[in-house]
Design a protein. Structure first.
Length: 451
């Protein structure tokens, strides 16, 4: 199986593709509103600790076993440990990938609509109340949000189907730096708005009393979501990494890129929110309301808005490609399905579930399970339960069952890379990450009363 797999072009290729998966709506759309709802500064500190002490070791564990087995998330466990039920971890990851894409596709569809709205100059002269109205009016319709979602899933399928990942790799290497420059320019405008300091204070001055146990769990869930870990994306991508690429430093670079973009995302949003005088800092509509407001306060805002939403769609696309690749690799490897059939089957399931997620903002907004709409339920359950639990089981597997020698061999590509760093990471994988995730999980169950 290993022989006919494609592979990434060395270390830079790995970092670019995995960072493409990590950087997406999770950074720009999800991070600001989750941080806002959970206390700002204190949440941010806990988040940073989780990214580097837990996220990086989990990502490396995934790369290591994926490359070792040369296989999809389920098959990796099945091949490395044929006995024992570890393959269930892989299977849970594949289900998580499908569920994440189902609600992620809704938001990715919104970004396409916002490209259109930017071109049509729909935001000009609108205050924050009107912008919130525009967002609500659009997302609560039944047809257009669903159409955009389907278009987005179809676009992702096309990329996977024609195997133009290499093309996408090139395109995103060119476009993502442009997105970064745009974001920095928007940040400069955001922090120079009247009242911006209040927003920055919220983000950078930790108020520990505002952080709950549930907030700590959400920080861990957000870290896993944003790094694309705990569900098999990085296992699958690991299987495409060449044997002679040392892994250890790659994950640190990917996590750093991802964190910088999330931080910049928050720096765009909170000062703008303070400028608008809006009280609440929550809800999935947050960036879709604050960003059009800031574009109006920028010279060249019309062009900025179009470019920004366009590049945000591309960033989302490099993430959805990595999501779809998880079930597709599974079906191709395990059921000997053709890539075409596997892609069509996976994307049909995603579109089916995606319709319910999309309609959660309109027709189905009153339909709730455990007090959550289908969209919220998918979002909450995947990030905070499935990815967290998946990450826990992955580090337990690698730390305690896979074998330390093999792990260090993978991290250093047989001794080429930094051995000291690899040894340190193996300790994080064996002790720090499992205990950390375990404590958060138990703590939120017992103290937070979260199911
Ligand atoms: N990390 C992506 C983002 O932040 C989302 C994602 C999660 C992608 C899990 C793949 C796997 O947008």
């Amino acid at each position: 199986m290993k022989e006919n797999r494609g592979s990434f072009s060395g270390k830079l290729g790995v970092v670019a593709v995995a960072a493409g998966s990590a950087v997406g709506l999770g950074n720009i759309w999800r991070f600001p509103y989750i941080a806002g709802e959970n206390g700002g500064g204190a949440f941010l500190i806990v988040y940073l600790i989780f990214v580097f002490l837990i996220g990086v070791p989990v990502m490396l564990s995934e790369f290591a076993i994926g490359r070792r087995a040369g296989c999809n998330a389920y098959g990796t466990f099945k091949r490395l440990s044929p006995k024992g039920g570890w393959w269930l971890v892989g299977l849970m990851g594949i289900i998580a990938a499908i569920m994440i894409f189902s609600f992620y596709g809704t938001v990715a569809g919104w970004t396409l609509e916002y490209v259109k709205k930017s071109i049509c100059n729909d935001f000009v002269g609108q205050d924050d109340a009107a912008l919130a109205q525009i967002f609500g009016d659009f997302t609560s319709q039944p047809v257009m949000p669903t159409v955009w979602m389907i278009i987005f899933v179809a676009l992702t399928s096309l990329v996977i189907l024609f195997g133009v990942e290499k093309g996408i790799e090139k395109v995103s290497k060119l476009l993502m730096p442009i997105l970064l420059v745009l974001i920095i320019a928007i940040c400069v405008r955001a922090v120079t708005l009247p009242n911006a300091s209040k927003g920055l204070e919220f983000l950078f001055k930790p108020d520990w009393s505002s952080l709950t146990f549930k907030g700590v769990l959400m920080a861990l869930g957000q870290a896993a979501f944003s790094l694309s870990i705990g569900m098999g994306t990085m296992i699958t991508y690991g299987s495409y990494i060449k044997k002679d690429t040392p892994l250890a430093s790659t994950a640190i670079e990917i996590a750093t890129c991802d964190t910088v973009v999330a931080l910049l995302g928050a720096i765009m949003v909170f000062p703008t929110l303070a400028f608008l005088g809006a009280e609440s800092a929550g809800g999935p509509g947050l960036v879709f309301i604050t960003l059009p407001a800031i574009f109006q306060a920028m010279p060249g805002g019309y062009i900025f808005a179009i470019l920004f939403f366009l590049l945000l769609s591309v960033a989302a696309l490099t993430s959805t490609i990595s999501l779809l690749e998880v079930p597709v690799a599974f079906l191709v490897d395990e059921f000997k399905m053709s890539r075409k059939k596997a892609t069509l089957l996976s994307s049909s399931v995603i579109i089916f579930l995606g319709v319910f997620c999309t309609l959660s903002f309109g027709l189905l907004s009153d339909f709730t399970i455990f007090g959550k709409t289908i969209f919220d339920l998918f979002d909450y359950t995947t990030a905070n339960i499935m990815l967290t639990f998946g990450a826990l089981l992955i580090v337990i597997y690698v730390g305690w069952f896979f074998g330390r020698k093999k792990f260090i061999e993978e991290l250093t590509a047989g001794g080429k890379g930094n051995v000291k760093l690899a040894k340190f990471i193996s300790i994080l994988v064996k002790f720090v990450a499992p205990v950390g995730i375990g404590l958060v999980a138990i703590g939120s169950l017992v103290i937070g009363g979260i199911v």
